[in-house]
Design a protein. Sequence first.
Length: 117
Amino acid sequence: MIPFNNRFHGHSSLRYVYKNGKALRARLLTVKITQNKHRKNSRYAVVISKKVLKSAVKRNRVRRRVYECLRLQFPNIDGIYDIVLIISCGEIISIPHDELNNQIRQLLDQAGVIKTP
């Protein structure tokens, strides 16, 4: 689980990212990113529709896996951003952790959020 300071609170914050964020799409998920100059910490959210996975147990499992992949990327993120990951395919529940981590890292790298060595 990610720290309290790095979570979204309330729907209006998510609406702002949906409206003004830059979207990058992969086969299994979409990332919406916007820079936030009014905060001290980056914020992250994972959104999974009931249409994608019917079972709440499966949705929560995917959410936990994605949050863990994001948590591992915290040191690599350069700047303060609001990041929303939207899960668009139910296949994400069965892919290995390494593949999921690589897809998330590639999307964040494409967005220009990851520090370059």
